[in-house]
Structure formats: structure tokens, C-alpha cells
Design a binder for this molecule. Structure first.
Ligand SMILES: Nc1ncnc2c1ncn2[C@@H]1O[C@H](COP(=O)(O)OP(=O)(O)O)[C@@H](O)[C@H]1O
Ligand SMILES: [Mg+2]
Length: 425
């Protein structure tokens, strides 16, 4: 899609304005607003411009890393890379180096199987450093086809996240998940224009471009512009520069390890290729050319110079996640039961069994939530209607939730019978 020129937009706004006036006359108040309004707008603009241009940021890589260590199990390399590059990005902006020809921004690509902490790590980082943060799925853009305006909305969303503060938004983080779905620019009917189109629209943002605060496709924004034109005789065009916005993208990239493996095998003909046991171990050896082979435009990959690969989580890692007192998974479940005034406790052996069960699902730590839900649902349903105020989850409970609940309730009945007979006897 071709971007409309400012003249074209202005003309469309006038047409729209005339139409609205014909339809509603003075009722809408277009053109009847007091002149003082125009001055207020001017004042607001000035306030924004006098704000300090820099940002407050004094975190060091190792501080951010140790914060991440409190929550993220394993992924040592990814934690080190992300902590370092994110800190450097923001500290560098703070220095306020204005013009750097050919500067390469440290946009980051995260690669790894599902449920191993990719989204989690970014949420933790954004939370810790407190910059405006926007997360979106790349599939959103390929589904609707290539609409340049859509991708630019990511930048406008940052302004919303910054409560309208454009200056702050210009130092935000945009996180795009499922980026692998944008690869593979060829379908059975020829080149897939939509996916490579989205890549091209994104790479413009990832480098440096200016995005109009108001979308040319947004009727409300058009209307506001029309009113402003009427009042002030001009259209104030506010723009967001994407130069300092950090882009982080991630995906599972299934099949990518095969590409890496093939390249390694081909480049070492005659040598013994070290046999990497794990499927995902090959991802450690990844190079840009593998991502291009996977189906990305080379220009797009060039804008993502930092690669962080995430490892698969083993049973013991899943166990460590559950045992971590900061784990939102167990904390969340404790809160669910506390909502009914019930205290729930997990024995170590129960947590280990849960880790074993969810490992079989091959969805990383995501399996933990579903495994716990499977075991606890009948307890969550039954216990609030009983006298029970405390429950202990053992290995036996995890293996056989239904049987154990029955036993538990039987014991309770016997106990209350005993109490009754004591009282009546
Ligand atoms: N390495 C990890 N350490 C601790 N918790 C994790 C880890 N990986 C995943 N989790 C837990 O699993 C949930 C889902 O992981 P997520 O980051 O969304 O996976 P993905 O890699 O697919 O983006 C997280 O919210 C977190 O609770
Ligand atoms: Mg994710």
C-alpha cells in the first residue's frame, strides 16, 4: 500500500469535514469552538518540548542479570545477553549521542522452543526498567495482509503506554512474538507478498523512521485533525521517531535446527561432525544465513544483530521452577485456594512428580500450569464446601487425585462422627 501524501490527507479531511457539517450543521460544534482552545493546544505543546529529553536509567548489566536470576531458571546465556544489551541500549541513549552515521541498534532476536521463558524474560525486564512496553503477535499482521499502517500502530500504542508522552514513548520497547510466522515468503501460488511486506514495514521501524502520531486510517484521528484545522488554520503534525525504540522479537522457529545442522554437516565434509545429542543444541551455532535460509529477508535479519537462544527445560529445571518461591505458578495456585480461605501446601515429592508429568507434554514450563490444574481442579471444586481449611498435596495426590480426595473426605467424616459421638456419649 502506498502511503498517502500529507496534501491528500488534508484534502480528505476537508471533504470529511464538509460532509459532517452538511449532515449535522452546527450541532457538532465544528468551527464554533472558542478561539482560546487553540491557545491551550499551543501551551500543551510547549510543555512537552521543555521536558528533559534524556531518560532516567542507571541500571548495570549485572544488576539486571541478578534480578532475572531471581525468576528465570536456566537460560544463563540468554539472561546474560539480554541483560547486557538492554542495559547498554538505554545507557547509550542516556549519553545522548545525537548523530551517528550507520549506527546499528541492538535489536534482539530470541530463539527457542515453547514455554522456556522468552516472553517471561521480556516482561520481567520491561517491568524492572519501567519503560513503555508493547507486546504483539506477528501473526496479527500477516492475517490482515500487508497494511503498513497496522505495523505503525505498534509505535502509536507505545505512546498510549506512555500516557501520551511522546518523548517517553521514543525510548520504549516493542516486543513481537511469533516472528517465525513471518518467514517463508513463498507459498504455492508464488511469493507471499503479505509476509515479506510486513518484514519490510517492520525493518523501517526497527532502523529509524518517523511515524505520525495520528493514523491516516483512523476516522477519529481524522476528525480531530479536521477540528484542529478549523480552529488553528493548521494541522499540527506530531511525529514519533523510532531511532531509540528497542525491538525484541521471538519465535520457536521449528525446523531451524535442521537448517543449522545441514550447514554444519556440509561445511565439515570429511571431518567428524560432533554429534549434538539434543535437537535444540544446534541452535547455539546459528548464523544469519540460517535465518535467511529459513525464509527471512536478509535486510530484516540485518536489523537484528543480537541473537539469544533459549534451551529446552529438563525435568529438574521444571522442578526448580516450581520450588522457586518467586514462581508465579505456585503462588497463583496458593492464591486461588486462599480465595476460599484454604491454605494449600505442596510436598517436594509432589512438585517433582508434577515436573515429571508436565515434561512429557513437551511444552516447557507451560505444561506445569496444566498439570497442576489437572490434579487440583477437583480439590478446588470440593474443598470450599467442606470444613477443610488446610490441605497438603503429596506425591500420592498427584498420582491419583480422585482417590486421595475421597480418602481425605472419608477421614474428615469419620473425624466428625467421632466428635459427635464424644459430644453425645
Ligand atoms: N526458564 C524459566 N524459569 C522460570 N519460569 C519459567 C521459565 N520458562 C517459563 N517459565 C514459566 O512459564 C510461563 C510461560 O513461559 P513463556 O515465557 O510465556 O514461554 P515462551 O518461551 O513460549 O514465551 C512463564 O510465565 C513462567 O511462569
Ligand atoms: Mg512466548
Amino acid at each position: 500500500m502506498v502511503e498517502p501524501s500529507p496534501e491528500k490527507i488534508q484534502k480528505d479531511i476537508l471533504t470529511f469535514q464538509n460532509y459532517m457539517q452538511k449532515k449535522y450543521g452546527g450541532q457538532l460544534g465544528i468551527g464554533t469552538l472558542p478561539a482560546t482552545d487553540a491557545e491551550v493546544i499551543g501551551e500543551e505543546k510547549e510543555k512537552r518540548e521543555t521536558k528533559p529529553k534524556g531518560i532516567k536509567f542507571d541500571l548495570k548489566p549485572e544488576e539486571l542479570e541478578s534480578y532475572l536470576n531471581q525468576y528465570i531458571i536456566k537460560q544463563e546465556e540468554a539472561k546474560a545477553i539480554l541483560a547486557t544489551k538492554v542495559c547498554t541500549h538505554f545507557n547509550r541513549i542516556k549519553l545522548g549521542v545525537q548523530k551517528e552515521v550507520g549506527r546499528i541498534k541492538n535489536n534482539i532476536i530470541m530463539i527457542g522452543p515453547t514455554g522456556v521463558g522468552k516472553t517471561y524474560i521480556i516482561k520481567l525486564i520491561a517491568d524492572k526498567i519501567g519503560v513503555p512496553f508493547v507486546k504483539a503477535d506477528s501473526t496479527k499482521f500477516s492475517e490482515t495482509g500487508y497494511v503498513g499502517g497496522d505495523v505503525e500502530n505498534l509505535v502509536r500504542d507505545l505512546v498510549d503506554e506512555a500516557d501520551g508522552d511522546i518523548n517517553r514513548a521514543q525510548y520504549g520497547i516493542i516486543y513481537l512474538d511469533e516472528i517465525d510466522k513471518l518467514a517463508g515468503g513463498y507459498s504455492s501460488t508464488g511469493p507471499d507478498v503479505s509476509r515479506s511486506g510486513v518484514q519490510r514495514a517492520l525493518l523501517k521501524l526497527m532502523e529509524e523512521t518517523e511515524v505520525d502520531l495520528k493514523s491516516p486510517f483512523d476516522p477519529v484521528a481524522l476528525m480531530e485533525s479536521a477540528m484542529q484545522l478549523r480552529k488553528t488554520g493548521k494541522i499540527k503534525k506530531e511525529k514519533i521517531n523510532t531511532k531509540d525504540i528497542l525491538f525484541i522479537v521471538s519465535g520457536a522457529f521449528s525446523g531451524l535446527e535442521e537448517i543449522v545442522k545441514k550447514r554444519l554437516n556440509e561445511s565439515r565434509i570429511g571431518f567428524n561432525v560432533p554429534s549434538l545429542k539434543k535437537k535444540f543444541a544446534y541452535l547455539k551455532e546459528i548464523k544469519s544465513e540460517d535465518l535467511i535460509e529459513y525464509g527471512f529477508e536478509s535486510e530484516f535479519i540485518a536489523r537484528l544483530p543480537v541473537v539469544a537462544t533459549f534451551e529446552e527445560l529438563e525435568v529438574e529445571d521444571l522442578y526448580a521452577i516450581l520450588k522457586n518461591p518467586n514462581s508465579p505458578i505456585i503462588l497463583g495456585k496458593k492464591r486461588d485456594f486462599a480465595a476460599y480461605g484454604i491454605e494449600i501446601e505442596f510436598e517436594g515429592s509432589a512438585l517433582h512428580k508434577l515436573a515429571e508429568l508436565s515434561y512429557q507434554e513437551k511444552t516447557g514450563a507451560r505444561g506445569l500450569v496444566s498439570a497442576i490444574e489437572k490434579v487440583l481442579l477437583i480439590y478446588e471444586k470440593k474443598l470450599p464446601s467442606t470444613e477443610i481449611k488446610k490441605v497438603k498435596i503429596t506425591e500420592a495426590t498427584v498420582k491419583n487425585p480422585g482417590e486421595e480426595l475421597k480418602k481425605y473426605l472419608n477421614k474428615l467424616i469419620k473425624k466428625s462422627h467421632r466428635l459427635k459421638s464424644v459430644r453425645t456419649g
